[in-house]
Design a protein around this ligand. Structure first.
Ligand code: ZN
Length: 68
């Protein structure tokens, strides 16, 4: 059971320390930077992927070879 009135202190996703008001949800600017860089690196590391799992009707796009 989760009590809605009681909010547990957020932890810094980078190092796990309690987050501060200034740098929420991180504990410090450095951790925020680290997470940002990690996120950016992840974005740029992933090549252009066709995400066709958003809707199942993605098969209409693209040329259909010799079916018609
Ligand atoms: Zn931190």
């Amino acid at each position: 059971m989760i009590e809605p009135g009681k909010s547990e202190p957020a932890k810094c996703p980078t190092c796990g320390k309690p987050a501060t008001q200034t740098h929420r949800p991180f504990c410090c600017k450095r951790c925020a930077d680290v997470d940002l860089h990690r996120w950016l690196a992840g974005v740029y590391a992933v090549p252009a992927v066709e995400d066709d799992d958003e809707d199942g009707d993605a098969q209409n796009s693209g040329p259909s070879p010799g079916e018609r």
